[in-house]
Ligand binder design. Structure first.
Ligand code: KIV
Length: 261
């Protein structure tokens, strides 16, 4: 069954949590889709994870289209959300709408995501028939303004976050990612909003969770405190590469079973 934005809202109403992962390619997208992960985010974290950039700031719409298309081609059930990269929506609501339309047309995604308290841009895109996911708390595209990777929404900033989330909901966002905020604030937000909250470093009180897939699989060389490793893929790949190297050098591979008569 295809997951739609309405499915996520029904899950919240029933008090059932859902899971999201990032994906940037057809191979992982097919695996996560078949595993029943409800939402796949083609995050601009592709800039760090796949392209080796220090931040997500240099990522372009062309790059997001490339990754987004690969994911949508491989998915049959998961809801696919494509990130709007830095510079594609900040200038005006018109720019935001034009970028969102391009991403939807060229990737076949189900929705777009944008960072920050930008209710006007969200409303403009939603009014054109495109579902929008919000993203508050630590917003990686503003890393330079936020003075690095820091927990957001502590102290007086908590009320601002609650107000921003409410505005995004009123503007028509169908869900909001909450990144690196105190767990108690994320719980308050989750109970005060009708739309689902998707936490990343925001505690267990959110309606859903998201992880960058290379953190979840233990493939990243460094991963944040909030990311649980469900696998040691980096270790497994390193061991496999060392075994392959040794077998090639020792003329043990290819064996009879891998050769043609
Ligand atoms: O780009 C991304 O992967 C994200 C997640 C961290 C939510 O925005």
């Amino acid at each position: 069954m295809k997951i739609r934005t309405g499915t996520l809202s029904q899950l919240k109403q029933k008090g059932e949590k859902f899971a999201c992962l990032t994906s940037y390619d057809a191979l992982t997208a097919a695996i996560f889709d078949q595993a029943g992960i409800e939402v796949l985010l083609v995050g601009d974290s592709a800039g760090n994870v796949v392209l080796g950039y220090e931040t997500t700031v240099p990522v372009t719409i062309d790059q997001m289209v490339h990754f987004g298309k690969a994911v949508t081609e491989a998915v049959s059930s998961s809801l696919v959300v494509v990130d709007m990269p830095f510079g594609s929506y900040e200038v005006s609501s018109e720019q935001a709408l034009a970028s969102a339309i391009r991403i939807m047309k060229e990737t076949g995604a189900d929705a777009v995501k944008l960072e920050g308290a930008r209710p006007e841009a969200v409303k403009r895109i939603v009014d054109a028939g495109i579902p929008v996911m919000g993203h508050l708390g630590f917003t990686p595209q503003s890393v330079n303004q936020l003075s690095g990777f820091r927990v957001q929404g502590r102290g007086d900033a908590a009320q601002q976050l609650l107000d921003d989330a409410k505005e995004l909901e009123v503007a028509g966002a169908f869900a909001i990612v909450l990144e690196m905020i105190p767990a108690s604030l994320a719980s308050d937000l989750s109970s005060s909003l009708k739309i689902p909250t998707i936490g990343i470093g925001a505690g267990v009180g959110c309606d859903a969770q998201i992880l960058v897939w290379t953190d979840f699989a233990g493939l990243s060389d460094r991963s944040p405190k909030f990311a649980k490793k469900y696998l040691d893929l980096r270790g497994e790949l390193s061991r496999a590469a060392a075994a392959y190297l040794a077998e090639v050098r020792g003329a043990e591979f290819p064996g009879e079973e891998h050769s043609f008569n």
